[in-house]
Design a protein around this ligand. Structure first.
Ligand SMILES: Nc1ncnc2c1ncn2[C@@H]1O[C@H](COP(=O)(O)OP(=O)(O)OP(=O)(O)O)[C@@H](O)[C@H]1O
Ligand SMILES: [Mg+2]
Length: 340
């Protein structure tokens, strides 16, 4: 293959997804890379790499180079992106792909430059950056032909991106360092404090998904935790009542609601009226937390609902931009209706 097909990247804290132009999602796996502890060659990426973190005797350093949606380890991130590109394209290339990648709103110019350089180092010929909240909006169908203001809140694993868009342009957007991983961590602390049990991140995530309804009345049964570790001893099927979890999660989700309330203060009256009518759209993996839309609605007095396929909004929006990267405003904050 001489020319590589154009690719879109959603490089998330927990997961990287790649969209190939004219094809759709071509790759999706955890944002993890394992490097050999001697020499630093790549041993594995994705879930194979995170599996090595648990494997005994694996002589590998396991790195998660994306923290809160931003590159935290440049060398590991560019190598992960290079390996990802090879897998998404299926073979090598002579002329690298044009790449569109989402960047968190409010990223500094240093963070934007770092992301662009990581993509170029990984093999991209050129790299366009789109505001992640605009990508989520485009993916949810709030495009150039929708002049009414819309709000999209994408809650991922390490970051929450809030965007208010109109006609394919960002009016206001903001990124918070908050996501599903913070909920997992809060659950681990709660279980430790109340029951003296040390849970792994994975079991905390399972508790969140199973009983983690933010609406108090949804579920109050005890959950059984498998493979819980207490002072180095492994317990199977420990049953603990976790009726405090919904309240705990509700308190954390309130942080997002208060940030939204704050952002709304800067919106013009006309756009605020639009938003009251169109409501709040939730996307991202954490928008699948049971009861979250109801809680947002209750806290804000504006109807909130989860978009269809919430985990794919950002990558679908990137796919839209990939059709015509030249229509992207230079700062990634607007996608124009035509090439002029
Ligand atoms: N059913 C569910 N209930 C609650 N949380 C869920 C559910 N399914 C997935 N999640 C959470 O969603 C998060 C992953 O979301 P997503 O894939 O949008 O993150 P990301 O794009 O990798 O991260 P970010 O955008 O913050 O950089 C994880 O924290 C995961 O635990
Ligand atoms: Mg994301």
């Amino acid at each position: 293959m001489l020319w590589a097909s154009d690719l879109g990247f959603d490089i998330g804290t927990s997961k990287t997804t790649v969209y190939a132009r004219g094809q759709g999602v071509a790759y999706s796996d955890e944002s993890v890379i394992a490097l050999s502890s001697r020499g630093g060659n790549t041993v594995a990426i994705g879930h194979n790499a995170s599996g090595l973190a648990r494997a005994e005797g694996a002589e590998a350093v396991v790195v998660r180079p994306i923290v809160a949606g931003t590159i935290a380890d440049f060398a590991a991130a560019s190598e992960l992106l290079r390996q990802t590109m090879i897998r998404a394209l299926g073979r090598r290339w002579l002329v690298g792909p044009t790449v569109v990648s989402a960047v968190p709103p409010g990223a500094t110019s240093v963070e934007r430059y770092t992301l662009q350089q990581a993509l170029i180092k990984a093999g991209a010929r050129r790299a366009f950056l789109v505001d992640a909240s605009l990508a989520a909006a485009l993916g949810a169908g709030f495009g150039v032909n929708q002049p009414a203001a819309r709000m999209i809140v994408d809650i991922g694993a390490g970051s929450t991106n809030i965007g208010i868009v109109s006609g394919g342009a960002v009016l206001l957007s903001r990124s918070l360092r908050f996501g599903g991983q913070d909920l997992d961590e809060a659950i681990r602390r709660l279980v430790r404090r109340k029951f003296g049990l040390a849970t792994t991140r994975e079991s905390a995530e399972q508790i969140k998904i199973r009983v983690g309804s933010v609406a108090r009345d949804l579920q109050k049964e005890p959950v059984s935790l498998d493979g819980v570790e207490v002072y180095g001893e492994l317990f199977k099927n420990v049953s603990v009542p976790l009726d405090d979890v919904p309240d705990l999660l509700s308190r954390h989700v309130s942080l997002v609601a208060s940030e939204i309330r704050w952002l709304l203060e800067d919106v013009s009256r006309e756009h605020r009226e639009d938003l009251m009518a169109t409501g709040i759209a939730l996307s991202g993996g954490t928008s699948r937390l049971r009861g979250i839309a109801g809680l947002m609605t209750e806290k804000l007095g504006i109807a909130a609902s989860v978009v269809p396929n919430p985990a794919e909004s950002v990558i679908s929006g990137i796919g839209v931009v990939l059709q015509n990267p030249g229509r992207l405003r230079i700062d990634g904050g607007q996608f124009y209706a035509s090439d002029q």
